[in-house]
Design a protein around this ligand. Structure first.
Ligand SMILES: [Fe+2]
Ligand SMILES: [Fe+2]
Length: 297
């Protein structure tokens, strides 16, 4: 793990700016919101054709035939609030539905500052379609005021999205299954416990781990883990010298970690300014494919 202080194997010190800098960013965000930032952001980054649909094929040795072609669409870092409001994800939802995914994975940072902002996403999320369902994990922002359980309950009830808090769901196809393993955030939750999340998995399950912060992906990788899906970095959001360090480190869009592929999405929303430079808004479409070779599992 690099780029963050480590408190324990699964706990990283929260990245925090000083009070002055925080107040500056807040004011900037507020002003940009007041000056039409939301509408600008929607037109420029969330309209049809303005965001990227990134296709990622993950080859898995020994993948059961029933799981060949299993498709997960990932949405990350919405940051509802000043720059993203109700209905702004309509083109994103349409693009996701057009892919006819087996599952949708939302990898955290639903809100910007206030838990109420999550309500702005309910209508769009309710429109997401997937054969096995829509699942989510929380990002560091979602623990503000420690009301994440409330958000999870509203999401389940009003949008049909199930949040996985150190737990998994098995999506079965015949005798095989893809296990979506959802982790609490490594910085802001009370604890992230991968062992607890994996308890009860069947030995042959193909795991896809959802973990907001990409920095722990190398520890989550392993022979039964096809992919780790993360966000958090926004791909630096404004990827220019001197500015990119304001965002969390972006370890790369795709990394091969032994048998596991780690995907870090550049996300859909924005913080600070309604602007992205060399960091497109995106959804990721991850497809499992059977690979030739000896089954390492
Ligand atoms: Fe984020
Ligand atoms: Fe984050």
């Amino acid at each position: 793990v690099s780029g963050a202080a480590e408190l324990s194997p699964w706990r990283l010190a929260p990245r925090r700016f000083g009070r002055g800098r925080r107040a500056f960013f807040r004011s900037l965000q507020f002003l940009a919101g007041r000056c039409g930032g939301r509408h600008w952001y929607r037109r420029r980054y969330l309209a049809p054709g303005r965001f990227r649909v990134r296709r990622e094929v993950v080859e898995v040795i020994g993948l059961p035939a029933e799981l060949d072609g299993y498709l997960v669409v990932q949405l990350s870092d919405l940051h509802a609030g000043p720059f993203l409001g109700e209905g702004d994800l309509s083109a994103v939802v349409e693009a996701s539905n057009r892919l006819v995914p087996d599952a949708v994975a939302i990898t955290g940072d639903l809100i910007t500052d206030r838990p109420e902002e999550a309500d702005l996403l309910l209508r769009d999320f309710a429109g997401l379609r997937a054969r096995d369902g829509v699942f989510g994990v929380f990002g560091n922002h979602d623990y503000r005021q420690r009301r994440e359980r409330e958000i999870a309950a509203r999401m389940a009830e009003r949008a049909g999205v199930r949040f996985l808090c150190d737990e998994h769901v098995r999506c079965r196809r015949g005798s095989a299954a893809v296990a979506l393993v959802g982790l609490e955030d490594t910085e802001e939750s009370h604890g992230c416990d991968p062992d607890r999340a994996r308890a009860g998995l069947h030995p042959g399950d193909v795991q896809i781990v959802l973990c907001h912060n990409p920095l722990l992906a190398s520890r989550l990788a392993g022979p039964r883990v096809a992919a780790v899906l993360s966000g958090h970095s926004h791909g630096h959001q404004i990827d220019l010298p001197g500015v990119r360090r304001l965002a969390p480190p972006h370890p790369g869009d795709r990394r091969q970690l032994g048998p596991t592929v780690a995907i870090t999405s550049t996300g859909l929303g924005a913080l600070g300014l309604p602007l992205r430079v060399r960091a497109p808004a995106e959804i990721v479409a991850l497809e499992l494919r059977a690979a030739e070779g000896r089954d390492a599992r």
